[in-house]
Design a protein around this ligand. Sequence first.
Ligand code: PMP
Length: 386
Amino acid sequence: VLDGKQPICECNSCYQGSDCSNFIPGCAANVDGYVPFLLVQHAASSAVVVAGWHRMSYKFNDHTFISQELERLIRKVHDIVGNAVTDNRFIVFGAGSTQILSAAVYALSADNASSPARVLTSNPYYPLYKMQTELFASVNFEYQGDTSLWKNSSDAGTNMIEFVTSPNNPDGQLNKAVLHGPYAKAIYDRAYYWPHFTPIPAPADEDVMMFTLSKLTGHAGSRFGWAVIKDEAVFQRMTKHIGVTSIGVSRDGQLRALKLLKVVLEREGKEIFEFGYETMKTRWEKLVKALSLSKRFSLQDIEPQFCTFFQKLRQLSPAYAWLKCEREEEKDCYAVHKAANIIGHEGSVFGAEDRYIRLSMIGTQDEYDLLIDRLNKLVSEEVGAK
Ligand code: PMP
């Protein structure tokens, strides 16, 4: 980090010293975060320098809040990756996909309905859907829990808005909507639908799909996400929501996204996705190996599938491990790991039992190595104790 004239080294949490090489003994392996790591090796070509007078106004020259060039690049990235249909679709930008989530809930609910649309999730689910919907609850929509409660609902006439996360956070499954029929609408969160995390069996073609730079290149701090929308009326309502809540998306953020997507598109995406896939696959293999002798812990089961991007059957490389504590008495898997100096995310955060814990596979290499060290220790204690 450059602070005035002094270069300051930003160390990972477990390291200190002027060159960040001193390990802090006993430091916890903190793998509860969402800190992806891609593009670290493209420091120069992905850099952005902005003159002080540049891009100062709310809008672009065409009086929109959206860079047309960035929109073109987004369509191109989806084309070469083959993960989403964008022809004859509208694109909306948001401050991360987080802003898009609430814009989509607003857009899919009606202003004059007799009862609020039910906003629903399927366990285990990404917790922000519930938190955000509850925060913004209105006469138009309300969070009403798990989809299973409403699957056979005879309460026809009330719209249901289902969040479908595919691949899912926390367990990496390629989920599909469970609610169908004239009152069921789905918001597909495709944040992790990129070749480094999952096979791409076919281009996604849902009515409302959301993507984010945070999981494509790892630039979560730039707060840039987008949605691909089929229906013009939904697109208009989402655009209105984003206009009213933040008068569009940071133009600095858009500029940064533009530069990053250009780097992604070098060699038709081969470099970044191959690097990302190899890194994630190696991490998963190490995790599986670390737990292979354990009867105490198990990992989620994900089916390997053919990936149209890599043109091969893909090995697993999910963004998160969804680990289960198998011993009857170990109902608090978070506490079990905390005692071993590993900090994850409790299952109950995702609407599941606390017998589960989510461990992030997308942190820095140091954090990840520390996780594997600590897990190796846990498993050798278990195996040795037999
Ligand atoms: N959806 C899912 C499933 C996520 O895991 C995340 C980030 N953890 C988001 C959306 C939000 O991403 P963004 O940074 O684009 O707001």
